[in-house]
Design a binder for this molecule. Structure first.
Ligand code: VG1
Ligand code: CO
Length: 544
């Protein structure tokens, strides 16, 4: 029997469940009724539920199990016919996307704060993915947010939710609770997309890999696929046990948090290939022996070589990238004669293009890459596509990168993050910057002259919706650019992201140190936005 509990709910503060759902510190989620009110607001906003299926899983961080228990009880009370839960509450974001699609579910609740740290005082998050397997579109997140403002009751079934540590189906009130192996269906999908025999042969020939799962959700996936099915040497997958606090680290596969891997790849003991993934398994870090591949370059190189993998042999329909991502992929699209789409940051903006068959491969500079096989970015997918390409070309990562730059030119690229800036300071910086935009064209900063400056607005070619204020762009004569935006995923203070890019066609200039190659642009970006002046910081927190 389902009990209906009426409770006046505490109002949410002003954070919109934006790019990646609701993200807060664990103690905020632990407040009475907080989780319940958010989940009920989702259920009240997604249309007819009666008898349908809901997928539930998370990245294993602290508080995952408690929230899954509540979600199951609430799903039963709200009329779902079935929930599919990853064993132990584990589901990577791309695996959840796949399960939603495969089972024609109404949607899914993915419990993760992605790359943010986990633990009793760290971050937690809940996002809702829709029936296509992708992040809830803005229309839906707006409706959920509005509902959190007025909600005055939630529905929850009595009794404890069934055990989620044993595979099998149990009845819970009127609903079936199906606990599934989180890896099986995902691994099967990867076998369909890629030439596993070729990758197996590559490993059998002595090719070596280190994959750092960062004690986050991809551990079991990588262990099964890379070591189990593809024959990578035992021990290739490191930190593969998901931990509630990720071992005290940030599961963020960048050059700061995956520094051990980076150092290994630059050393004389480096394996042939290094990779890592983030908390919820949707992002990737790719490092060859002696060479870091920037995510923007990786997107371009994967697109240019996708035909090596069976799933993409017929060619790509189009490529999409987020606006701050470098234009390296644009050159590939141009050469292939296919469409290129520039979207705001956040995977939800790719959904319509993928659903409409306009794009096959998508990517973000933040190390998210994926394709139309699911509706999320997919860390292991990117690693496997790289391996498939290496298995076919039998060249080193470095040789492939050098060849790509020689063929297309190099887009030098870097992102500078200023984390935990006081919110008022960050807002002041951006309002001043936006006010200054009309006066920028024609002005020079060192050797660079501004050609155009605007605030990116996206017009969705599929549904005509418009997303405004998606990042300030300053384009310089000659094609270099600086982009400024505020992060939507941080949980303390504001994070200012500055993205700089310069195109270099001349192969004799393709091996300059990145920060040096971008020095003029970095100086110009600071002069334009006054970052040092506003924040008092003399260097970024993270440089990628
Ligand atoms: C960041 C990245 C963005 C990514 C988002 C979610 O957002 O820049 O590209 O889509 O995280 O990724 P922001 O607003 O902080 O710049 V994840 O791995 O947290 O699902
Ligand atoms: Co993520």
């Amino acid at each position: 029997m389902s009990a209906v509990t009426s409770t006046p709910t505490r109002p949410y503060d002003d954070q919109k469940p934006g790019t990646s759902g609701l993200r807060k510190k664990v103690p905020v989620f632990q407040q009475e009724n907080y989780v319940e009110n958010f989940i009920q607001s989702v259920f009240d906003s997604i249309g007819e539920i009666g008898g349908r299926t809901l997928v539930i899983g998370g990245d294993g961080r602290f508080y995952n199990r408690e929230v899954i228990g509540k979600a199951i009880r609430m799903a039963a009370a709200n009329g779902f016919g079935r929930v599919i839960v990853g064993k132990g509450g584990i589901l990577s974001t791309p695996a959840a996307s796949n399960l939603i699609r495969k089972n024609k579910a109404h949607g899914g609740l993915v419990l993760s704060a992605s790359h943010n740290p986990g633990g009793p005082k760290e971050d937690f998050g809940i996002k809702y993915n829709a029936a296509n397997g992708g992040p809830a579109p803005e229309k839906l997140t707006d409706a959920i947010h509005a509902r959190t403002r007025t909600i005055d009751r939630y529905l929850i079934a009595d009794g404890d939710a069934p055990d989620i540590d044993a595979i099998g189906t149990a009845a819970f009130h009127e609903m079936a609770v199906e606990v599934v192996d989180p890896v099986a269906d995902y691994a099967a999908l990867m076998e369909e997309l890629f030439d596993f025999a070729a990758i197996k042969a590559l490993f059998a020939s002595g090719f070596t890999i280190v994959f750092d799962a960062m004690h986050a959700v991809t551990g079991p996936y990588a262990k099964e696929i890379l070591e189990g099915r593809l024959g990578a040497a035992g021990g290739s997958v490191r930190n593969f046990v998901p931990l509630e606090d990720f071992g005290g680290h940030h599961p963020d596969p960048n050059l700061v948090h995956a520094k051990d891997l980076y150092d290994l790849m630059m050393s004389s003991d480096a394996p042939d290939f290094g990779a890592a993934s983030d908390g919820d398994g949707d992002r990737n870090l790719i490092i060859g022996k002696g060479i870091f591949v920037t995510p923007s370059d990786s997107l371009a190189m994967l697109a240019a070589n996708a035909g090596c993998a069976p799933a993409y042999r017929e060619g790509l329909k189009g490529i999409a990238r987020s606006m701050p991502t470098s234009a390296a992929a644009d050159r590939v699209a141009q050469k292939l004669g296919i469409g290129m789409y520039e979207t705001p940051t956040g995977w939800k903006f790719f959904g319509n293009l993928l659903d409409a068959g306009m794009a096959t491969i998508c990517g973000e500079e933040s190390a998210g890459t994926g394709s139309d096989h699911v509706r999320e970015k997919d860390g292991l997918w990117a690693v496997l596509l790289w391996l498939n390409i290496l298995a076919v070309r039998r060249e080193s990562v470095k040789a492939i990168v050098d060849r790509h730059w020689a063929d297309y030119g190099r887009n030098y690229y870097s992102r500078h993050d200023y984390e935990d800036v006081e919110t008022g300071t960050a807002n002041a910086l951006f309002s001043e910057l936006r006010d200054a935009l009309p006066g920028l064209p024609g002005r020079s900063f060192g050797p660079l002259t501004v050609e155009k400056a605007d605030d990116f607005a996206y017009h969705d070619p599929v549904d005509g919706s418009v997303a405004e204020k998606q990042g300030v762009r300053v384009l310089f004569e000659g094609g270099s650019r600086a982009v400024f935006r505020l992060s939507g995923t941080g949980t303390s203070g504001a994070t200012i992201r500055v993205y700089v890019e310069r195109y270099e066609p001349d192969p004799s200039l393709h091996h300059v140190e990145t920060q040096e190659a971008l020095a003029d642009l970095i100086a110009a970006a600071d002069a334009i936005a006054g970052i040092r002046r506003h924040t008092g910081r003399d260097r970024p927190t993270v440089i990628t």
